[in-house]
Write a protein that binds this ligand. Structure first.
Ligand SMILES: C[S@@+](CC[C@H](N)C(=O)[O-])C[C@H]1O[C@@H](n2cnc3c(N)ncnc32)[C@H](O)[C@@H]1O
Length: 194
């Protein structure tokens, strides 16, 4: 059951505090807008997914949006590197949600820990532009390896680096621009061959 927004709080203050402590890791001053959330949900095909992984859920704005769209029997694994955000996310009472403290580089062991099947969608808000390129490549290779055949990978980003890190493996992304977000962001989507 998805609780009403009020019971959980919107997390904006906790998010801003997190940004002040780790600006490069967080990459944004405020959480994503509902317009961006909607675009991500559609691009990732959340409404017809059975297993979803979210990388960089922050204080859970996008997580809540995913859970609202996710079928009742499906699962969501949220992987977040910031322990304060993880504590925040763990207070969210939805049995479909598992929260893993660690880096997106460990997506495979995170999936094993919670016994999830290969995801048919991976949604990522982690800022690829502020991490070392080799770390970004490792994460992309892990995502691609874990995704189920025909699965979708969606990354919402300020900078374009994600599109140029593993072009031979992922191919050309479909790119959309969401202006109704602070700041406006691009949504990159790839689909793994079936
Ligand atoms: C731009 S915020 C996105 C927050 C939220 N999903 C939203 O849209 O409002 C990026 C998030 O990625 C997390 N992050 C950064 N690098 C990460 C990594 N390597 N693994 C997991 N999470 C990471 C940050 O701690 C932060 O919560």
């Amino acid at each position: 059951m998805v609780p009403p927004r009020k019971a959980y709080g919107n997390g904006h203050l906790a998010f801003f505090r997190g940004f002040l402590r780790h600006p490069a890791l967080i990459g944004s001053v405020i959480p994503s807008s509902r317009f961006l959330e909607r675009r991500i949900i559609q691009a990732a095909g959340i409404a017809h997914s059975r297993s979803v992984v979210e990388l960089g859920p922050g204080t859970g704005g996008t997580t809540r949006a995913i859970l609202r769209a996710l079928p009742r029997q499906a699962h969501l694994l949220a992987i977040e590197i910031n322990p304060d955000f993880v504590n925040y996310l763990k207070a969210y009472p939805d049995p479909r949600l598992d929260v893993y403290l660690g880096s997106a580089e460990h997506i495979r062991s995170a999936l094993e820990t919670v016994n999830h099947t290969r995801p048919d969608a991976v949604v990522s808000g982690i800022p690829f532009s502020t991490m070392p390129a080799e770390a970004g490549r490792r994460i992309l290779r892990e995502i691609w390896c874990c995704l189920a055949p025909g699965g979708r990978f969606v990354a919402y980003q300020l900078m374009q680096s994600v599109a140029f890190l593993e072009p031979l493996l992922l191919g050309d992304p479909h790119v959309q621009l969401e202006l109704l977000n602070v700041p406006p962001l691009r949504v990159y989507s790839w689909q793994k061959p079936a």
